[in-house]
Write a protein that binds this ligand. Structure first.
Ligand code: CP
Ligand code: NVA
Length: 313
């Protein structure tokens, strides 16, 4: 006779997740940024912190920066990684994938389409789950960007970050991160391409608590005026390839060229999570200008993710 077994669902009590930006408190983000700076200055001191630990990297979408910086971060901290590409639940349900992985690895890093995939893996996994980009959020990029903004602007509170283009995953994560760290956030999107109203409402209440100003407009000039940093991202994200041609027409007035950048504060920095489509959301001249810090952002992915792994594992 087969014995009745209790549910295989494992309690999350001992495993913090980073499924989206707000899974870390504002104090935890501030601590993470300090730790990332320490790791950046003195990497060898942390070189064995993940010894004996392994992490699974599940990527349903392409990646250069996120995939390689996670692999490098894990390796440089003394751990090891294994990975898959393609649809995570092609052969079995997510709840089974999560419980397999939890028996082998100490953490799961996931890049996927719907946020519900990450949420479900987190629900069923007893080890931490980290969002490496979903259609809704890109919290690891936002951590690296907060680090870059802090380094370049000397602090976040009272500074203004303007974001031009699509009210997408990147806009969501930057809006939430800025609002609760006291940085003003001004978003300009074409009509009908604004952020998810639920995320905007969350950001509004975080901004009210931190003293940050949050503005959402369709007027690019209004958003760029007074900005210390100007950020843009692709107009068609991964998964929206079919809409690209239509979007390129609609978004054209939101391109960041030298004239648009000059509306911001003199010397404002230019930011992009990359990959960039030169000639669409940003011109080649802006990408290559001395104001562009895009490769500093890319470098900081490594340091910020090392700090995240140190905190979570
Ligand atoms: N910025 C970023 O996430 O880049 P990848 O898509 O190359 O990982
Ligand atoms: N919004 C972009 C970000 C890529 C890093 C996308 O989701 O494709």
């Amino acid at each position: 006779m087969i014995a009745t077994v209790p549910s295989n669902r494992i309690s999350k009590a001992a495993a913090p997740d980073f499924t989206q930006d707000l899974d870390l408190t504002a104090d935890e983000v501030r601590y993470l940024l300090e730790l990332a700076l320490a790791v950046k200055r003195d990497a060898p001191r942390h070189a064995r912190a993940l010894e004996g630990r392994s992490i699974a990297l599940l990527f349903e979408k392409p990646s250069l920066r996120t995939r390689l910086t996670f692999e490098l971060a894990i390796r440089e901290l003394g751990g090891s990684s294994v990975g898959t590409e393609g649809k995570i639940d092609a052969r079995e349900p997510l709840r089974d994938v999560a419980r397999n992985l939890a028996r082998w690895v100490d953490g799961i890093v996931v890049r996927t389409f719907g946020q519900t995939v990450i949420d479900e893996l987190a629900l069923w996994s007893s080890v931490p789950v980290i969002n490496a980009l979903s259609d809704s959020f890109h919290p690891c990029q936002a951590l690296a960007d907060m680090l870059t903004l802090q380094e370049k602007l000397g602090g976040l509170r009272g500074m203004t970050l303007a974001f031009a283009g699509d009210g997408n995953n990147m806009a969501h994560s930057l809006m939430l991160s800025s609002a609760r760290l006291g940085m003003n956030f001004a978003l300009a999107t074409p009509p009908g391409f604004g952020p998810d109203p639920a995320v905007a409402a969350q950001a509004e209440s975080l901004a009210a608590a931190s003293g940050a100003r949050l503005s959402i407009t369709t007027n690019l000039e209004e958003a760029l005026t007074g900005a210390n940093a100007v950020y843009t991202d692709v107009w068609a994200s991964m998964g929206q390839e079919d809409e690209a041609a239509a979007r390129h027409k609609i978004f054209a007035p939101y391109q960041i060229d030298e004239r648009a950048l000059s509306i911001a504060q003199p010397g404002a920095i230019f930011m992009h999570c990359l990959p960039a489509k030169r000639g669409l959301e940003v011109t080649d001249a802006v990408m290559e200008s001395p104001q562009s810090v895009v490769f500093d952002q890319a470098e900081n992915r490594l340091h910020a993710q090392k700090a995240l792994l140190l905190m979570m594992l």
